[in-house]
Design a protein around this ligand. Structure first.
Ligand code: G3H
Ligand code: 13P
Ligand code: ZN
Length: 332
């Protein structure tokens, strides 16, 4: 058993309390490898933002749990070396069973998500409660979910979304004891969130998707005052990277993500954790494709992974400063 405290990590409790009070959200950025991890930490140190390093089940299989634990220790030391001891959470994204959550808790994670959102309500309550009871013995915080997001990723899939029912949230939180709650208000997983046909054009000709259900968010907030709310599926699908991928041999379909202004609005409310994965994938892939096309004789991985890491860092800094509002809050 390795406690996250030995690794220098923190849980989400204090971080979320400050974020809810301060009207900002913390970036929960998925990572699978060293370059992604470096980009996240460099960006968050530079903007002085607290951060949640997020590991999906797919990433856990890809990267190995022992390596991940030691990478997390390294991340804490790296942030210190870069000049700012930002609070860092190591979080399991979309845990699907008690066993997966327990394994992460026993291996140095400071926070876990148990995603029982596709189960019948009472089963979701029972599973989430079981994880909370185990996690809290070790001061690990737990995220639960009510409502289903649409979207297809390697390990997370649902054809259609079901909005969170606000009338269930108080009962769920009091029965399970969760520390934060992910809700479904119109975001979805992956790079294909809205087709152009589902959008309207604004005065500048920009495609705008249907607005998130801020009415549901407001109702949830009314029923759970000050309680930390989480938004999954919050990539904005930057069109510059979609274009770059397609210009250099990729074949992505047209797609529109969650507008950054809407995420900014959500971050000012009880939403204090915003999950972003797909935007990082797009930035990395676009940059690497461009280098492969422009420098076909290059075969040193540092020559394409290095620029991809720079593009990622720039993107995370932009998220922290302009979207989440977390910049400057690391040492609150
Ligand atoms: O919500 C899902 C994340 O984007 C992780 O995706 O399972 O492909 O690692 P993954
Ligand atoms: P995106 O696919 O919109 O980046 O969402 C990621 C996510 O919710 C991870 O849990
Ligand atoms: Zn998610």
């Amino acid at each position: 058993m390795t406690s996250y405290k030995e690794l220098g990590l923190v849980n989400t409790r204090e971080m979320f309390a400050k974020a809810v009070k301060g009207g900002y959200a913390i970036g929960a950025f998925n990572f699978n490898n060293m370059e992604q991890m470096q980009a996240i930490v460099q960006a968050c140190v530079e903007t002085k933002s607290p951060v949640i390093l997020q590991v999906s089940r797919g990433a856990r299989d890809y990267a190995n749990i022992n390596l991940l634990r030691n990478m997390a220790r390294g991340v804490v030391e790296y942030a210190h070396e870069l000049g700012c001891d930002i609070p860092i959470v190591l979080h399991l994204d979309h845990g699907d069973s008690f066993e997966t959550c327990k394994d992460c808790i026993d291996n140095g994670f400071s926070s876990v998500m148990i995603d029982g959102s596709s189960l019948p309500y009472e089963e979701n309550v029972a599973l989430t409660k079981k994880v909370v009871e185990y996690a809290h013995q070790f001061d690990v915080t737990v995220e639960g979910e009510l409502g289903v997001l649409a979207g297809i990723e390697d390990e997370v899939s649902a054809a259609v979304s079901h909005y969170t029912k606000p009338e269930e949230v108080e009962d769920f939180v009091s029965k399970t004891g969760v520390d934060s709650l992910a809700i479904s208000v119109g975001t979805s997983h992956g790079a294909y969130k809205f087709t152009p046909e589902q959008c309207t054009r604004n005065a500048d000709g920009v495609l705008v998707p249907p607005e998130l259900r801020f009415d549901i968010l407001a109702e949830v907030e009314k029923r759970l005052p000050g309680f930390p709310i989480v938004l999954h599926g919050s990539s904005s699908v930057p069109q510059e990277y979609v274009k770059m991928i397609n210009e250099y041999g990729g074949k992505l379909k047209d797609s529109v993500g969650i507008p950054e202004e809407q995420l900014r609005k959500a971050a000012k409310s009880a939403v204090c954790k915003i999950n972003i994965d797909s935007d990082g994938r797009l930035a990395m892939t676009g940059t690497i494709r461009k280098i492969f096309a422009e420098k076909p004789s290059e075969f040193d991985p540092r020559k394409y992974l290095g620029p991809a890491r720079e593009a990622l860092k720039k993107m995370y800094m932009h998220k922290n400063i302009d979207v989440l509002g977390s910049a400057g809050h690391a040492l609150d």
